[in-house]
Design a protein around this ligand. Structure first.
Ligand SMILES: [Zn+2]
Length: 280
């Protein structure tokens, strides 16, 4: 069956996205099978209009501290590494984007300005997620359920529990940004996110609570759940087990070398790296 703007809108409706919703969307658009990717954003807006809001993560990379002069300063036009959807939204004439140099969000619709206002270089990275929770937003993953798993509410739960303090040397990765007077500043992040690869481990708890909706959007397996309930579930799990969201990969730098509560992994991690380099 042909995938059109209308068929995507119907698929989103079946997932539970309705008029007036506030939705934070992360999407792998190639998995949807859309010929014209703009159809996807239009269908999202169709699904929540009127009075709805579509938001996405428009994160941008920093660089290592000693490469500062080579890092392009963040501006509202900076390209996001988070895929085609946020970059389409950045280019949209009615979008708002926040000023956080690494974790900006972009939004279109009724609450777009409210979600992005006040989120800048001096804010905590995941505060827009708190606003999403207050707005009873839904979290939507389209086509990236396993390739880029999990909801961004987990990062807020980690930060609220102080787990970001377990990250070693967060200041190693910096960004630069331009202030309202045109002056370039260096941005040092104090609340880095931990590894997100194991966020799929929360999926079972969402299912058990009865809050997760699943379905296809185009050809892409997709999930949707309410932000407030997800945050409560994640926070409780992490409060009881602070290493729940550690991945099992022997190659993961964050989980094996950059967490204070995992420094016992250093010898095996370094030895593994050494042996791999020798065989390559
Ligand atoms: Zn990891």
């Amino acid at each position: 069956m042909e995938i059109t703007r209308e068929s995507i809108r119907r698929d989103l409706r079946n997932l539970g996205v309705v008029e007036g919703d506030v939705v934070l969307v992360r999407a792998g658009l190639k998995a949807v099978g859309v010929v014209d990717q703009a159809n996807f954003l239009d269908a999202l807006l169709d699904a929540v209009e009127p009075r709805g809001t579509v938001a996405s993560l428009a994160f941008t990379r920093g660089g290592l501290a000693w490469q500062a002069s080579k890092i392009s300063p963040y501006t509202l036009d900076s390209v996001s590494y988070a895929g085609a959807l946020p970059n389409m939204m950045i280019a949209h004439p009615h979008s708002h984007r926040s000023l956080h140099p690494q974790c900006s969000i972009v939004a279109i619709g009724k609450h777009a300005q409210q979600l992005t206002d006040g989120h800048g270089p001096h804010s905590r990275a995941y505060e827009p997620v708190r606003k999403l929770i207050a707005l009873k937003a839904k979290m939507l993953l389209v086509g990236c359920v396993s390739s880029s798993p999990g909801f961004t509410t987990v990062h807020l739960a980690e930060a609220d529990l102080g787990l970001h303090r377990r990250r070693i040397a967060p200041w190693l990765a910096i960004s630069r940004y331009v202030d309202e007077h045109g002056v370039i500043h260096t941005f040092y992040r104090t609340d880095p996110g931990l590894c997100s690869k194991p966020f799929w481990k929360f999926y079972a708890a969402y299912v058990k609570s009865g809050h997760l909706t699943t379905g296809l959007v185009g050809k892409a397996y997709s999930i949707c759940a309410p932000a407030a309930e997800c945050y409560a579930i994640e926070r409780e799990i992490l409060a009881n087990n602070k290493r729940f969201a550690v991945c099992d990969s022997a190659d993961c730098v964050v989980c094996n070398a950059l967490r204070w509560d995992r420094i016992h992994r250093w010898p095996a991690f370094l030895l593994g790296r050494l042996l791999r380099n020798r065989t390559h």
